[in-house]
Design a protein around this ligand. Sequence first.
Ligand code: DGY
Length: 348
Amino acid sequence: EVYNPNGKYRVVSTKPMPGTRWINLLVDQGCRVEICHLKKTILSVEDIIDLIGDKCDGVIGQLTEDWGETLFSALSKAGGKAFSNMAVGYNNVDVEAANKYGIAVGNTPGVLTETTAELAASLSLAAARRIVEADEFMRGGLYEGWLPHLFVGNLLKGQTVGVIGAGRIGSAYARMMVEGFKMNLIYFDLYQSTRLEKFVTAYGQFLKANGEQPVTWKRASSMEEVLREADLISLHPVLDKTTYHLVNKERLAMMKKEAILVNCSRGPVIDEAALVEHLKENPMFRVGLDVFEEEPFMKPGLADTKNAIVVPHIASASKWTREGMATLAALNVLVCIFIPRKLILIRF
Ligand code: DGY
């Protein structure tokens, strides 16, 4: 699919993206926009080299693609100046290699903060109240009438939510759980989230002034402290060498037997094989997973566990956000074409 065939700058998108705003933005600035409609979900390095061709000024790509030395070298040979990842996470991009070839890299933070936090909150609630199991039970025709012990789950109010990685998304999630469900907060981050702390303090005071039990917050001095103390834990770190298998067998064992673990960050943050074992051995422990160690696959056994809710990496999948991500991705390309720079990561 091609827009503005005579445009001066050739910009390739490896996938169709939601909305038309991003296309108009590029076309208005004189770009020829080519959208790849290959039927494969995940494009190989060879597929992308073909798309880049002999002349390409910029590429908008996806988190499923491996943007390393080979692709940046091909893009540089084609005269490219920009690679824009339609995602906030860029663990699929070798930024150093891009730098070496003088190609700027962009990502799309900000527009997906609330949408992603809302999915983490949805998984938290669904796990706490066993919604997926109950839905399957109904559809299976198993409901014979109300029973005192039928699908008894956890009340979140007054329990402690633990957040590991209190950046934009982790903080938005923490606010939702504290304000929406009156949970106490414990968080771990290398940086102090003063905005989050101010918010929880003010909200606690508001509850107190209204005669309600105030919520409390604590900044943990270690991740282990969060794992031991929290009833519900949501993971929001970036994936890098230091966070690979952050939640492993030993750390799973530190968590409460009836805890809930939610992951909307990146799959390899959890040792998924260890998690499957832990779920089998601890039927009251529950997880909500949006991401997996080797997407699109799940580790053997995970699909058979009743205490796991699994969804296919949809945390940022609201219409508003996905259109916003596409627009930002296009904007990143334009900035890099028109304001040549020795690269850096563009962060909004
Ligand atoms: C991201 O942006 O990194 C998400 O994983 C997909 O929206």
